[in-house]
Design a protein around this ligand. Sequence first.
Ligand code: HEM
Length: 482
Amino acid sequence: MKAQEAPHLRDQLKDIQGMLRSGYGWLQSSRFWLLSIRDGHEDAARAWLAAKSGLVVSAARIGKGKRVENAVAIAFSYAGLTKLGCRETEAHPFPTPFRSGMGSKLREQLLRDTPRDWRWSDVDGADCGPVHVLIAEWTPKGAGPLITDIDEKVFCVIKIENDPCSFHDIGGEEKLREAFGFRDGLAQPVIRGLKQDDDVGKDRDEIGPLYDDRLVSPGEFILGYRNEYNELTYCPNVEGWTQSGHAKYPGGRFALNGSYLAVRQIKQNVKAFDAFRDAYGQEVCNKVMGRQDNGLPLGWKYDPNNPISDSQADAFRFRVEDANGFVCPRGAHIRRVNPRDSLGTDVESSITSTKLHRLLRRGRPYLEESKDDTHNGIFFIACNADLERQFEFIHQRWVRNPGFGTLHADDPIAGTDDPTALPKTFSMPGLASGQEVSLAAFTKTLGGGYFFLPGIAALKFIVGLPVDAKETIAEPAKVAAV
Ligand code: HEM
């Protein structure tokens, strides 16, 4: 690809995996399969994955007014790509965080994950060794699994089953709630030229007055497009790709239309959170999370006669309305992970800076039921194009930073699970019941990994499918508009 050229996003929708466009909110069951390919079974693994690749939904099949009945996404760890025979080129290797893996010692330190006693990772794992492949499937409520034929001679399998109770009726619509009882998956960036198109035709009231605060360049999430620096996001390449005929965009590298997934299996201690709620009340829990449990911003009143859309419920800022955190404490989960307009020196520069650290969240609540350990949790998935600048920055500097701002405390929800760091404190300026409360560790990370979510042509290349002559991804004539 010549310097400073990119395809038009709209022309590439058939090649982009659908989870970058939608969280499949209408498909209320979900399952995540973590697969390690057993030594000597690479060919069988490739053949099985090739058969499953037909279930993968592209971004062209969903969007405004278009829904699918089931969806699948397939992603690979660095160990997985290597196991399946992909070799990065010397000129365009994968970036360091992905190559080293979330499970590496270096990432453990950078993410402030010490001490770790994980069950699985992209680098190693107690039972199965490194996870090579992540398959996500979304099906209608109550439907059984789509994928039923994993051969355990070929793969060592960890299955993460969805929590069947995670959707609730809120204002006549089924909405996702995580196990502490809060609406989740609500605040999301709007990808310019992709998700934005789905909002065309909605009036300003419906999309919320601060829509532009959420509009983020596609290159922040999809590789090969312009990012918030107005630069083309770096695309790694692998040997054989350019000659394979799979690349539909002239000169397009292997990673074009892909993304990186930062994945963490996070166990939630619901008993501890309930005990905290009993001791301090729902209002304090809301302050800790930074939202009301029904998803409304703190301080907003719910009017059943005038329900608001998710977009409207995301239309708020902190700097002017709530500089000192009297409404939403500065250490609250949502204020740390997305400081909105309170990062830089003024509203405009803050929003510009915050857009460099956004995540597209695609995780789902899960329920593990076993003899030894029945628990709820979140299978957290964040899509981003630059793991260091997005997921890792947020985790290291905001979520797990004990010296965050002037607060001297890390995130009350997703902060450290190191028992020696307890009890943690949380400050709430101006609350009648007191300024500061002590917290238990409400969550514990059980595993994690970085995965590459390839474009659909790259997926076919990885699993050894031939080039399909019928399939065309329209090629743009000129330099990208986005
Ligand atoms: C079990 C652990 C976690 C729980 C229970 C949890 C829960 C929530 C809830 C209830 C919300 C508000 C609803 C919404 O905006 O969709 C939220 C927002 C968010 N969370 Fe988490 N979360 C967890 C872990 C994490 C982690 C590890 C990260 C990132 C490293 C993260 C990043 C975010 C972001 C970026 C938002 C959107 C904030 C906004 O834009 O206002 N969360 N989370």
